[in-house]
Design a protein around this ligand. Structure first.
Ligand code: GAR
Length: 210
């Protein structure tokens, strides 16, 4: 059984997609051990509680220094003995110690086709604003392993979504979520739970099994 911890900051629609697919069996061999948020008011925490999943807030506001907050975050995640950490709209830049400790055991969903429209300044709705400003015709979403950079880790899955002439950032955000994010994030967890991928030379490759 793959024990996952999901880190969230906001509404948690990606978390909901994971919960639904774990419950339906579409994501196999996976247990959501905990949901952690840096924001005590995140609706994602309510979603977790509604499904009987431990929901914990570790907020920087409760700590005097960034180091103390980072320490508490790592301690909380460690205490659940997780096989995989899933960043599902988590607004915190991860401490390097956490990235090193969980090398190739942290994944993130990003709402564009990396390496386009990623890195610092490309988060949430801003990504879709930049996509529309640039006038590209195809965007999408990416699931990748987290390394020390911003959106630079090995790519696991991507899905393309067409941009329409009359899209607003909001309409595009919703379509990218519906058509791409809510599919590929659970699918990546299922691949990892099945032992069906490996990381080699900075690339994610499918293995023979499964
Ligand atoms: C999602 O669109 C996710 O891709 C994005 O935040 C949103 C969270 O929504 N993440 C990033 O932009 C990371 N750079 P949710 O709370 O409803 O899942």
């Amino acid at each position: 059984m793959l024990r996952i911890g999901v880190c969230v900051s906001g509404g948690g629609t990606n978390l909901q997609a994971i919960i639904d697919k774990v419950e339906s069996g579409a994501v196999r061999n996976t247990e959501i051990a905990v949901v952690v948020s840096n924001n005590a008011g995140a609706y994602a925490l309510t979603r977790a509680k509604n499904h009987g999943i431990p929901a914990i807030s570790v907020s920087p506001r409760d700590y005097e220094t960034r180091e103390a907050f980072h320490g508490a975050l790592i301690e909380t995640l460690d205490s659940f003995r997780l096989d995989l950490i899933v960043l599902a709209g988590f607004l915190v830049v991860l401490p390097e110690e956490l990235v090193k400790k969980y090398r190739n055991r942290i994944i993130n969903i990003h709402p564009s086709l990396i390496p386009s429209f990623c890195g610092t300044g490309n988060y949430g709705l801003a990504v879709h604003e930049h996509v529309l400003e640039r006038g590209v015709k195809v965007t999408g979403a990416t699931v990748h392993f987290v390394d020390e950079g911003t959106d630079t880790g090995p790519i696991i899955l991507q899905k393309a979504v067409a941009v329409k002439d009359d899209d607003t950032p909001e309409s595009l955000q919703l379509r990218v979520m519906e058509e791409a994010e809510w599919e590929i994030l659970p699918a990546a967890i299922d691949l990892i739970a099945g032992g069906n991928i490996k990381v080699e030379g900075g690339r994610v490759l499918q293995t023979e099994q499964g």
